[in-house]
Design a protein around this ligand. Structure first.
Ligand code: SAM
Length: 216
C-alpha cells in the first residue's frame, strides 16, 4: 500500500526498511530510481543488503545503520520518505530530526503500525497537509496509509481529525474495518473519561457520532 503512494520517485528514503522488500519493490516497479534504506538494527539492515544483492540491484540502493534519517549525507536528492510499520510516536521523532523534509517539501508516506492519531496530530500542528489516506488491512488488522507534505499551515485538530483524518474519505471493506476499530477505541476512551471525571466528554461524543455516520 505504501508503495502505491510513491509516484515518479527520484530518491526514496525507506526508514525502518527491515527486510528491504518495500525498497526492492519501489526499484523494480520504477517507482524509485534510487533508495536509501535505513534501519536502527543491524540484522534487518543486513537482510535488506542481501536481498538487493540477490537481485543484482545493490547499485540502486544505499544502506545505512541509523536512527531514522540521521547521518544521511545527500538529503537534497530525496523526493519521498516512506516510513511503514513504525508507531506514530517514533515516526514523529524521525520526522522532527530531519528538518530537510520541511525545507524541501519532501513527500511523506506514512503507514503507522499503531497510534495513527498521534502522527496525524503531529502533522496538523506542525504545518503538514495530509493530502490523502488509504485504508488497508493485513492479517485481520486495519491501518491507514497517509500521504503528507509540508505547507507551513498549522491547525489544531479535533478528535475526529486525529483519529480519522482523511481516511474518512475512504470506502469499502477496509475502510469499514478501520472505522469500526477507531470507533471501539474512542468508545473505550469516552467510558474511561466518564469513570474518571463523572461527566461526558463532548469532544469524544462528537467524533463518535461522526464515525457512526461514516458507517451508515
Ligand atoms: C515492523 S518493521 C517495518 C518493516 C517495513 N518498513 C515494512 O513495512 O515492511 C520495523 C523496522 O523498523 C526498524 N526501526 C524501528 N525504529 C527505528 C528507527 N528509529 N529508525 C530506523 N529504523 C527503525 C526496526 O528495526 C524494524 O526493522
Amino acid at each position: 500500500m505504501a508503495a502505491s503512494f510513491v509516484d515518479n520517485g527520484g530518491t526514496v528514503c525507506d526508514v525502518g526498511c527491515d527486510h528491504g522488500k518495500l525498497s526492492l519493490y519501489l526499484i523494480q516497479r520504477g517507482k524509485a530510481k534510487h533508495v536509501i534504506a535505513t534501519d536502527i538494527n543491524r540484522q534487518p539492515l543486513q537482510k535488506a543488503i542481501d536481498l538487493f544483492a540477490s537481485y543484482n540491484l545493490s547499485h540502486t540502493a544505499d544502506f545505512l545503520l541509523t536512527d531514522g534519517m540521521q547521518g544521511i549525507e545527500n538529503t537534497a536528492d530525496i523526493t519521498h520518505v516512506v516510513i511503514a510499520g513504525l508507531g506514530g510516536h517514533t515516526m514523529e521523532q524521525v520526522i522532527e530530526s530531519a528538518p530537510f523534509v520541511k525545507v524541501q517539501k519532501t513527500r511523506l508516506v506514512l503507514l503507522p503500525a499503531q497510534s495513527g492519531y498521534q502522527i496525524r496530530k503531529y502533522l496538523y500542528t506542525n504545518g503538514f497537509e495530509i493530502e490523502k489516506e488509504q485504508t488497508v488491512s493485513e492479517k485481520g488488522k486495519y491501518y491507514s496509509c497517509i500521504s503528507a507534505v509540508y505547507t507551513g499551515i498549522c491547525h489544531t485538530p479535533d478528535i475526529y481529525d486525529m483519529y480519522i483524518g482523511k481516511s474518512g474519505e475512504c470506502t469499502g471493506a477496509d475502510a469499514t474495518g478501520y472505522f469500526e476499530m477507531i470507533l471501539s477505541q474512542l468508545e473505550k476512551k469516552r467510558k474511561g473519561f466518564e469513570i474518571d471525571n463523572g461527566t461526558q466528554n463532548t469532544e469524544y461524543t462528537a467524533a463518535i457520532e461522526k464515525i457512526k455516520q461514516l458507517l451508515k
